[in-house]
Design a protein around this ligand. Structure first.
Ligand code: PMP
Length: 465
């Protein structure tokens, strides 16, 4: 790919004109990526990277059928959704057919943040209440309303702290959370975590007359790839509904089959688990900005009954709908849920093997292509979670067996090297480039990084091959 600028020129121009809070991956030597295909990315020198972090390019970077769906529709018509168009309604019909029956009304938007902000409005209108229950360490988006319900942001530098209408429940993490399987059975942990939500419902009712919404991812990504104990959502949903609130599943990161066994991660908690609102984003357009809120007829009617129109200039336009439809085609035709299960199981098994070999690995968890490796002592490469010590794996769904083997081999080598190194790191790091030569920069980078309050910046595993 021919370059318009040298890497240094790109960097300088970026410094000059892009807001300084928009961070780069790998601050000390940022990557300039010029093209990508499948689960590989290429820099300006043609160097190939195995991509374990781009959960957006779900069916693979630049998937040919997704690209041609975009080009074809773009060359015929793109306009707003106040005109009737087949793409919008056909996609809505197809998408809702993938949900439990009562979730059959869609609002199309352009980002996860827009979806979550609209979800808060829907819940507040429907319940007549304002208070929100969120999980600790959660991130739900960058707009004002969502910073307010994201402890990942409001409890960190630049944040304004907790609003009185926001209630933070502990993350149901039985490995490192408030109640762990060291002290209790998993069933006891589930109940204790769910009871915490009940107490917050009671508090919201006492303070402000009720709760509007329980807002949570179906598995927590930003908090460190946390899989909730069985029964958690069932108990929580029942407490929240008893208090008059509705329940939301943020599937922006974990939806569209990433967990392998199901299309939506909330389904892993049981067939009877049906949220009142689901939000979708990132993978939905494979890199094209299209997102959605899926809800029940009743909630949509309450919102409609206010008389205020909902209009979104780009949401659900014919091009976005064509792209989103092509993404579903690829997921189905290429059996990507099965691939996520197959590769995910292999990686979990291999990470567990590494756990037996490397004392720094404390826990291996996740489902399908949503995996986390919790490190006991040292923070390395892709770090996230409250202690910045969880290595996250969330590659495109086309990640293959050879890619998985390569990843395991490289991780094994790095961990061996880290354990052998005398000046082993105790602080965070920003980047660990894995290459065949074990670049001495690694050690330097191990020590110069620091935790970064940027949602996707912590999620870096790039294996240079
Ligand atoms: N919800 C979750 C769980 C997310 O991870 C993100 C983005 N990282 C969002 C919502 C916000 O999505 P967007 O960046 O598309 O606004």
């Amino acid at each position: 790919v021919k370059q318009k600028l040298t890497k240094e020129e790109t960097l300088q121009l970026r410094k000059k004109h892009i807001g300084p809070s928009c961070k780069l991956f790998f601050r000390s030597d940022p990557l300039k990526i010029v093209r990508a295909a499948g689960c590989y990315m290429y820099d300006e020198k043609g160097c190939r990277y195995l991509d374990c972090i781009n959960n957006v390019c779900h069916v693979g970077h630049c998937h040919p059928q997704v690209v041609s769906a975009a080009v074809e529709q773009m060359s015929v018509l793109n306009t707003n959704s106040r005109f009737l168009h087949d793409n919008l309604v056909l996609y809505a019909e197809r998408l809702t057919s993938l949900f439990p029956e009562k979730l059959n009304v869609c609002f199309f938007v352009n980002s996860g943040s827009e979806a979550n902000d609209l979800a808060i409005r829907l819940a507040r209108t429907h319940t007549g209440k304002k208070d929100v229950i969120t999980l600790d360490h959660a991130y739900h988006g960058h707009v004002t309303s969502l910073i307010d319900i994201s402890p990942y942001k409001f409890n960190h530098p630049g944040g304004e702290g907790q609003r009185d209408w926001v209630h933070v429940a502990p993350v149901p993490d039985v490995y490192r959370g408030k109640y762990t399987d060291k002290d209790f059975t998993v069933e006891e942990c589930t109940k204790k975590y769910a009871d915490e939500v009940k107490q917050l419902c009671d508090k919201a009712t006492k303070l402000h007359g009720g709760v509007s919404i329980f807002f949570a991812e179906s598995m927590q990504s930003c908090g460190g790839q946390i899989v909730y104990p069985p029964g958690y959502l069932r108990q929580v949903y029942s407490h929240v509904r008893a208090a008059g609130g509705v329940c939301l599943a943020d599937e922006v990161q974990v939806g569209f089959g990433r967990v392998g066994s199901h299309m939506w991660a909330f389904q892993t908690q049981g067939d009877d688990i049906v949220p009142d609102i689901v939000t979708l984003g990132k993978p939905m357009g494979n890199g094209h900005p299209v997102s959605a809120v899926i809800t029940t007829r009743e909630i949509a009617e309450s919102f409609g009954a206010t008389g205020m129109e909902y209009f979104n200039t780009f949401g659900g336009n014919p091009v976005s709908a064509a792209i989103a439809n092509a993404v579903l085609d690829a997921i189905e035709k290429e059996n990507l849920l099965d691939n996520a299960t197959k590769i995910g199981n292999f990686l979990k098994q291999e990470f567990n093997r590494l756990k037996g070999k490397h004392a720094i690995i404390g826990d291996v968890r996740g489902e399908g292509m949503f995996l986390g490796v919790d490190l006991e002592q040292y923070v390395l490469l892709s770090n996230d979670g409250p202690y910045r010590n969880v290595l996250k794996f969330k590659s495109p769904m086309v990640f293959g067996m050879e890619d998985a083997k390569e990843l395991v081999e490289k991780l094994d080598a790095i961990m061996t090297e880290m354990e052998a190194a005398e000046n082993i790191v105790t602080n965070g790091m920003e980047k660990l480039m894995v290459n065949g030569n074990h670049d001495p920069r690694q050690q330097q980078q191990l020590t110069n990084g620091h935790a970064n309050n940027n949602i996707d910046a912590p999620s870096e595993i790039q294996v240079k091959v």
